[in-house]
Write a protein that binds this ligand. Structure first.
Ligand SMILES: [Zn+2]
Length: 135
C-alpha cells in the first residue's frame, strides 16, 4: 500500500444529478472513498482530498491547460510540450501534484513515493532549506 493517497473532492451526489446520472450513485464512488479514507486512517497512511477542477485538462508535465476532453477521449496529448499518456494517468499525476503541494511536512526525511518516482522529500527539503536560511 502507498504511504499517501490523494483523491478528488468530487461531490458525488451533485454529480449524480448531472450528466452521469444515477450510475454515479449505483457505482458506489462515495462509499468507496469513505472506505478508503477509513482504511488509510486505520493503517496510519496519509489520505487527503484535492480540488477536482480541471484535473483532466491540465498537462502534468508542463502545467498547460490543454482544454476540455470529451469522456470518450482517453488520451492526453499536450501541444505545448508534446507529452502524451493515457487520460487517467495524466489526471492522476495532476491529483498527486496537488496533493503533495498541500502536504505540510512533518519532518525532513527524504521519502520515496510509489508511482512516477516522485520524491515527496524534495518538496519537504526545499521547505527545510528556506527555514534554515531564515533562522
Ligand atoms: Zn505539456
Amino acid at each position: 500500500m502507498a504511504d499517501m493517497i490523494f483523491v478528488e473532492d468530487i461531490n458525488f451526489k451533485m454529480t449524480a444529478k448531472g450528466f452521469l446520472g444515477k450510475q454515479m450513485l449505483d457505482g458506489g464512488f462515495g462509499q468507496f472513498r469513505d472506505l478508503l479514507s477509513w482504511v488509510c486512517w486505520k493503517r496510519g497512511k496519509y489520505f487527503a482530498q484535492v480540488d477536482h477542477k480541471y484535473t483532466s485538462q491540465i498537462c502534468p508535465e508542463c502545467g498547460t491547460h490543454t482544454g476540455k476532453k470529451e469522456l470518450d477521449q482517453r488520451v492526453h496529448v499536450c501541444d505545448e510540450c508534446g507529452y502524451q499518456t493515457s487520460r487517467d494517468h495524466a489526471s492522476s499525476r495532476v491529483i498527486l501534484q496537488r496533493g503533495l503541494n498541500n502536504v505540510v511536512p512533518m519532518d525532513c526525511r527524504e521519502r520515496k513515493l510509489s508511482g512516477n518516482g516522485v520524491l515527496s522529500g524534495v518538496l519537504c527539503l526545499d521547505k527545510c532549506r528556506s527555514r534554515n536560511v531564515s533562522a
